[in-house]
Design a protein around this ligand. Sequence first.
Ligand code: SAM
Length: 452
Amino acid sequence: MCPDSGEDTPTEAVTLEQALALAVGWQREGRLDAAEPVYRQILAVLPDQPDALHFLGLLEFQRGHEDAALEWLARAVAVAPGHAGLRSNHGNVLQTLGRLDEAEREYRAALAAEPALVAAWNNLGVVLHAAGRRHEAIEAYRHALELEASSAADHHRLATLLERCHEYEAAAVHHRAALALDPQHLGATRALGHALSRLGRLDEAAAAYRAWLALEPGHPLAELRLAACGGAPAPARCSDAVVRGLFDQYAGHFDAHLRGTLDYHAPERLADALALVLDAPAAALDVLDAGCGTGLCGPLLRPYARQLSGVDLSPKMLEQAAALALYDALETAELCAWLNAHPGAFDLLVAADTLCYFGPLADFAAAAAAALRPGGWLAFTLETHTEALDHRLNACGRYSHAPAYPLRVLAGAGFGQLRSQPVVLRRERGAPVEGLVVLARRPAAPGYACAD
Ligand SMILES: C[S@@+](CC[C@H](N)C(=O)[O-])C[C@H]1O[C@@H](n2cnc3c(N)ncnc32)[C@H](O)[C@@H]1O
């Protein structure tokens, strides 16, 4: 029954079970040419033999013959609809092909036949997660974890999903379970502090960030987060590495998240304020979008601009901005350094939601004053707080500022015509994030103070 030469070749007649066992063994070893004829010979005699149909389907899939694979598997399902392993494997093939609805149907059929099939619960979780049905995915992963002593990776996967659903308490439990099984688990080590800080358990979060730093000494995000929960002094601003890392990761879903989920409107609030002080748009100004990100301010600034430039630390955010084809120039650089290198280059400088990554604002104000031409306008947004602190690094890793502070700093940097207005910048889980739109003007000529 075996075409393969060598020691595996049976010399005597074998039973169906023996033939299948041999072929499956060869298939597992990757010896597909040996296994295939066995399945075909079985099917020549027993066309509805479900195991041969099943494994031949998987073999065709291993070869990349997707249509043939699906045909054999469908035939297997037709003759053995209650075979849990078959339905689960059929689901895996469909999942790999991106046919998530059909994969889900197969996993559910597998679980109807064998409710304790852990792999099917896990794979069901994966397709539900991929389909954005996070709460159902959580339930599926939980079933799998209840059935079988599981790995650190399983706990971490569930914890990550729980965090996405803002279930921080449960997320922390599963991060800790992952760490109990594998104390060096990097993903759980990195994520535990975040869940704890979201719960307001800042001392525990600080301990978790210290554990992260013990595994990855000097990691910039761990250092920032340790400071953000009060475990170390706050830096003057988020480091270049942190900003680049965060926003490079965020770039692909930034617009959808900010606009769709967070109802973000800082660009519009800035444009409203600028419309009150600028002449009607006449494409006459040299404009800088400072921390331009994906370019959400671009459409609002373009009508004013003779030349519209954007600068940002994150190359991936800039790729999105470039795709808008609205900017004349986009540069990857740190904002203050870049402004200092471009003295007197702009008539209008706008920073929407960029300075919430800065604590003290004096360096920015001085650099902005240097980069603006006499009479040029500066406009930016900040998140605000009500405490008597000029600036504060919050547990979320962003800074907020006291409303009076930016005006004091701007006056100190020589700006006039100072204006600020409270605004709602976005909503987080339904609650408004309070902020400020700030406008200031560089005096028209050195030594000449603008009228307020
Ligand atoms: C929240 S996003 C806002 C993006 C855009 N202004 C908007 O309103 O959609 C903040 C942006 O500021 C950038 N950023 C933060 N600190 C920066 C710095 N020091 N230099 C340059 N870009 C910075 C980030 O890379 C990110 O793209």
